[in-house]
Design a protein around this ligand. Sequence first.
Ligand code: GLN
Length: 537
Amino acid sequence: MAHTPNESPREAAATLDLPPTQTGFADTRFFGHPRGLATLFGTEMWERFSFYGLRPLLVLFMAAALTEGGFGLPRDQASAIVGIYGASVYLASLPGGWVADRLLGLQRAIFIGAVLITGGHLSIGLSGLAGPGTAGKAFFFLGLILIVLGTGLLKPNISAIVGDLYPEGGARRDAGFSIFYMGINIGAFLGQLITGFLGETVGWHYGFGAAGVGMFFGLVYYAYSAKRTLGGIGEGPTRHPDAAVQARQERQVKLFTGIGVGIIALVFILALAGVFVPDAQAIGKSMTFVLVGLAVSYFAYIFAMGGLDAGEKKRVAVIVVLFLFAAIFWSAFEQAPTSLNLFAADFTDRQFGGFEMPAVWFQSINSAFVILLAPIFAVLWVSLARRGFDLSSPTKFALGLAFAGLGFFMMIFAANIVVSSGGATKVSPWWLVGSYFFQTVGELCLSPVGLSSMTKLSPRKYVGQMMGIWFLASAVGNLIGGLVGGHVDPEKLEQMPELFTTTTASLMIAAVVLGLLAIPIRRMMATAPDVRSAGVH
Ligand code: GLN
């Protein structure tokens, strides 16, 4: 029996073969939350372990000289590839959510996603044996493509199942999402420590391999515990009551999936055969237009033909604003695996006694701060609200942008110290630690708030798609973060302060504009229905 959000805890219990006291409100076996959350927490933790474990190694590996075991690519190309990869991972959430809803069901989509990601890591691991030639590159990029496809199936759907564990919604669901966000960051924290150490000190492919082993653990854990703990939740697709329509929809999904995979395979083979030489910067730039075009046409469609009433239109207008400013935020924040990673590698003093700390370890600082600060933020919002300072989501977003701006402001000073020494000085690691601290404070003002705002502001029937739109903002951010990320280069030192100044200015201007917009938005929402439940007031 498929579980639906409307199902009562008692009905859900039947699907899990449990007494009704052990599900819904009453199932408190995982830190006071349903047992299924442990499965989702563990699986997402290992998936993020592998994702964040691999991503920062990519730019260092691809830009490393052939003599150092890398691909010897120019920095701007290597960084743009990381941007395209990160953008594709998040973009794949759109078809991934659709395929799960229409054809596979959430549980199966997550499983297939985990298999594909594990396969992707295996392929990247094999690329090490094949060397830096065409065969090595083929395995390497095939691996990245498999991870993109797999994450598209896993990431949006695992987040959706978290919501489904709490048919009652409310504060307990928010708390469930916070615990889940912790899982993400515990995985990221450990992943980067382990793969960074192995990749930078033992050999690139040991780092890649460790990321793959992590995902394999996630796959095995999910395969073992999903059925036991999730029962019927997310088991089947959302079926159309008319069997003929359902069959037509399934054919459609299969056809489009086939066409999509076919196009990817064709482009991959042509590039490999040397029919065209991909220029990552050029592809990345055109992809930016595609992503922005997608967002514009989606919102235009929803407004014109989505059948929204006046109140819903106002809420979707707020989503448009949040989307835009989130994309600006992520464009700065997602420079972590590119420009800031290169800054750690080249211009940061990482020597502690006789030990040189791997550059990738700096990536873990963000996750560590999330783990430390997330509980404080949860308490902070509630206690502010209790004192009558119930900040609206646009206000929190403006704060997020301003804090990230402070983080990049610090980097201007750090970059100038390097430039004034002609690139000879390595600066103190505290610059990056401070920068990541402010960026993380910004992230906590924006990222979890954004996730829950999507579920609250979106018209009921579009929640899944609006989640996809939320991840589209991350896609834009990854792409831009990659396109500009190569500007940290010992050969072109003068670009560095420029990059951090532009990033700081964009964040600060965005913060001020959104801070001012928050006032009319609040006024507009005051006339919309369900204002309080939407959290924009
Ligand atoms: N760190 C969070 C995650 O990995 C959010 C990242 C993002 O949306 N850009 O899920």
